[in-house]
Design a protein. Sequence first.
Length: 176
Amino acid sequence: MRRFRMDIRRWATPADLARHLGHYDPGIALWWQRIVLHHTVVPTLAQWRGLRSMQAMANYYRNLGWPAGPHLFIAVGSPRWQDDGIWQMTALNERGIHAGICNADSVGIEVVGRYDAAPWSPRMRAVVYDVLVALQRWQRRQIHIIGHRDCNSPKSCPGRAIDLHVVRRDVAEAMQ
């Protein structure tokens, strides 16, 4: 079995993530042309346990034979505030596995929960938007935001209740 590459880290807020990114030359991640949004479906926010959930998902991906997983996981509103935040599984300068044909040129962000019937909570939406802005500001460029469903996949990611046109518009406005 191939070695599974992971670099699990946690930032409590998007501002913490932005400060962390500020220590790195954005040139290390110029390969990404897109950001692919996902939803985990399982675990749900009620099931989310931070590091334990990250380790369990890494084991799941490893057992699939994947060499890496998605890049970031965003959890807001889990049972314990200590488990919330922005979690990294695969370093942002490495290619991850998350969206089939889109893996080669995209970073993958999993929003913890299922968003087919209801959209992100206002708090979750704010954190997702702030992370998208932080990543683009670090890269000093606009990066196209898509869903896993746009990668020739039957999946609904980031969820049927998420309008990606609205996400792109709102994030572009926040970048101004």
